[in-house]
Design a protein around this ligand. Structure first.
Ligand SMILES: [Fe+2]
Ligand SMILES: [Fe+2]
Length: 183
C-alpha cells in the first residue's frame, strides 16, 4: 500500500516550491485578510490554505511539471489539473471546505470563494515581488498592474496598496531561507 502511494505521489515535485514563495504568499494573504477585517480563525484557515494551495502538484508527473521549455496544450492541461487534484487531496485528508476550495480556485479569477480570491492575489503578488533566476523582482506598482490585469477584485488591490504601497520595506519575511520548502 505504502509503495502504491509512493508510486502515485510525486513527492519530489513539492521540492520545487520555494520556502520564500510559500512564506510570502501566506504573509500577503494574511495581511490582506487583516485589512478586510477577517477574524483570527478565518485568517488561520486562509494561512493553511495558502500553505497547501499547490499540494496537487504532487500528483502531476515530474517530467511534465519540471519540463524545460514550453509545454504543449496537453501538458499545460495536465499541469492545470493540480488545482482540482489539490482540492481532492485536501478534502479527503479532512481539511475544511475553505482550505480545499483555496487549492481548487487559486488560479481561477471567477472564484466565488473570497479566501481563494485573496490567496490567488497573494500568490501572484508574491511571484511578482520575488527575484527569480530568470527575472528581477517587480516594484509594488508594477506588481499591482499585473494583479489588475489578472482581474483581482478592487478591495483586495486596495488592501495590498494600503499595506505595501509607498513603503520602502515590502518583504514581509526578510531573512527567510531561500532553500526549497521541503528538503
Ligand atoms: Fe498553482
Ligand atoms: Fe504559487
Amino acid at each position: 500500500m505504502k509503495d502504491k502511494v509512493k508510486e502515485v505521489l510525486h513527492y519530489d515535485n513539492l521540492k520545487t516550491i520555494k520556502y520564500t514563495h510559500l512564506a510570502t504568499t501566506i504573509a500577503y494573504a494574511k495581511a490582506i485578510g487583516e485589512e478586510l477585517g477577517y477574524t483570527q480563525e478565518q485568517l488561520h484557515v486562509m494561512e493553511v490554505g495558502a500553505a497547501l494551495h499547490d499540494i496537487g502538484k504532487s500528483l502531476i508527473p515530474s517530467e511534465i511539471l519540471n519540463k524545460k521549455g514550453r509545454l504543449d496544450d496537453e501538458e499545460r492541461r495536465i499541469v492545470n489539473l493540480h488545482s482540482v487534484l489539490g482540492y481532492e487531496i485536501l478534502k479527503s485528508a479532512g481539511f475544511g471546505v475553505n482550505v480545499a476550495e483555496i487549492a481548487r480556485d487559486h488560479h481561477n479569477p471567477s472564484s466565488r470563494n473570497p479566501m481563494a480570491q485573496i490567496v490567488r492575489a497573494a500568490d501572484i503578488y508574491s511571484a511578482m515581488r520575488e527575484e527569480r533566476s530568470y527575472k528581477k523582482a517587480k516594484s509594488h506598482e508594477e506588481a499591482m498592474e499585473v494583479l489588475r490585469s489578472a482581474r483581482v477584485p478592487q478591495k483586495i488591490l486596495n488592501a495590498l496598496d494600503k499595506k505595501y504601497g509607498k513603503k520602502t520595506v515590502t518583504n514581509p519575511i526578510q531573512g527567510f531561507s531561500t532553500q526549497a520548502a521541503i528538503a
